[in-house]
Design a protein around this ligand. Structure first.
Ligand code: OAD
Length: 250
């Protein structure tokens, strides 16, 4: 659906009347902070690296050091990144609404660093380490530029691994349940910067449509959601969220 000004104003009218809003974010949300997406043709991580060699439990079992080094490189990029105006817009929205939830597929904690409080992490966080045997948290203090993550996966508590969900692994049960509950009761669902290709997160906007919510997509490119969304803004995250916040929270 095109994103001409009349549509935008009816979107703003709708947003001004609701209280329960869910925002689903994907890698495109972090792109303007300098963190690469996954599936974009030239710049996406999966165009340059093979996920089965770096982001599966089997890859880690076969070569933990290699997987660790790759995540250390990604961690450094995350630690160097800063939230952008789109992240700030989501803080403004959370402050303005009584029921606001971000459901993110991103592992960079940029929403929390921007100041959002109600954030559900579906794919974990790259800034935490967990034990590869028990899944228990080993450290969660890799949050500032001054903290250097360990340079090897070996840890007194076992073999450490990044606290992210890998291909072939289940999502954290309670995060998924909370996300589905938030979607089930939302009035508006805004999908920002995700290709809506990876399940189960990808199905959330369609679940929102099923419960009668207004679904808004913000993405410079068309996705499978574009034809079903009530509003499809062909904009970057910072542009699209800027339009929404300037309209709703002037
Ligand atoms: P993708 O890389 O699949 O999609 C990123 C989307 O962001 C694309 O649709 C782009 O068009 C869009 N995009 C790019 N720049 C943007 C910008 N500035 N503003 C808004 N949108 C922009 O990333 P995800 O959909 O997040 O999973 O991928 C989902 C999951 O697949 C990831 O969480 C990761 C990956 O494999 C795991 O690692 C488990």
């Amino acid at each position: 659906m095109p994103s001409h000004p009349a549509l935008r104003s009816s979107l703003i009218d709708r947003l001004r009347t609701v209280e329960r809003v869910v925002v689903l974010t994907g890698a495109g949300m972090s792109a303007e902070s300098g963190i690469p997406t996954f599936r974009e043709a030239q710049t996406g991580l999966w165009a340059r690296f093979r996920p089965e060699e770096l982001a599966t439990p089997q890859a880690f079992a076969a070569n933990p050091q290699r997987v660790w080094q790759w995540y250390q490189w990604r961690r450094q990029r995350v630690l160097n990144a800063r939230p952008h105006h789109g992240h700030e817009a989501l803080v403004t929205l959370e402050d303005a609404l009584s029921d606001f939830t971000i459901i993110t597929q991103n592992v960079d904690e940029l929403h929390q660093r921007a100041g959002n409080r109600q954030v559900i992490e579906l794919h974990g966080s790259i800034l935490r380490n967990i034990c590869s045997v028990t899944g228990r948290l080993i450290d969660s203090d890799i949050h500032t530029e001054t903290v250097t993550p360990p340079s090897s996966p070996h840890h007194p508590a076992g073999l450490a691994r990044p606290g992210v969900v890998w291909f072939g692994e289940a999502l954290p049960e309670s995060a998924l349940r909370q996300a589905m509950d938030a979607v089930a009761s939302c009035q508006v669902c805004i999908s920002v910067g995700t290709s809506t290709l990876v399940q189960p997160a990808a199905s959330l906007p369609w679940q929102a449509l099923e419960v009668g919510a207004t679904v808004v997509e913000i993405n410079p490119e068309e996705t499978p959601l574009s034809r079903d969304a009530d509003f499809s803004l062909r904009m970057t995250a910072s542009e699209g969220l800027g339009v929404i916040v300037r309209g709703c929270c002037p």
